[in-house]
Design a protein around this ligand. Structure first.
Ligand SMILES: N=c1c2ncn([C@@H]3O[C@H](COP(=O)(O)OP(=O)(O)OP(=O)(O)O)[C@@H](O)[C@H]3O)c2ncn1[C@@H]1O[C@H](COP(=O)(O)O)[C@@H](O)[C@H]1O
Length: 108
């Protein structure tokens, strides 16, 4: 999964640096932050609707759309994948610690 996201991130970065005819990503960068944020909001709502309908195939499509638009947002704002990964790792360390506390608590 991370490999696929890294590939997408690189392609999106490339689109920001080099204008490519017919590229939707270039169109989003041209439009700017407000348009990118609007698309993130729309895609988020579409994830919610698909999930409410218990349509997993539709939800997977919408999650993919959302991840793509979030990637465009990250590149636009200069946020790296590593920053997100570090934040997630920090949380999983915390969860790990909580689990240890839980065990100690149970045993005492
Ligand atoms: N992963 C995606 C991806 N996911 C969704 N989309 C586009 O996001 C748009 C969302 O659809 P909507 O109907 O909501 O929006 P729309 O009506 O087309 O556009 P708006 O007028 O609302 O802006 C569609 O045009 C999709 O093609 C994507 N466009 C590009 N990528 C990837 O980005 C990379 C670069 O692609 P290009 O920029 O097209 O070269 C490639 O790896 C692509 O696979």
């Amino acid at each position: 999964m991370l490999d696929t996201w890294q590939e997408l991130y690189k392609t999106v970065q490339n689109r920001k640096e080099t204008y490519t005819e017919g590229s939707y990503t270039c169109y989003l960068f041209e439009k700017g932050l407000d348009k990118i944020l609007k698309k993130c909001g729309e895609e988020c709502s579409e994830v919610i609707i698909a999930a409410k309908n218990h349509s997993n195939s539709e939800t997977v499509l919408e999650i993919s759309d959302l991840l793509y638009h979030l990637t465009v947002l990250m590149v636009n704002e200069g946020i790296s994948l590593e920053e997100v990964q570090a934040e997630l790792d920090k949380r999983s360390e915390k969860t790990g610690n909580l689990k240890i506390f839980h065990q100690v608590d149970k045993n005492s």
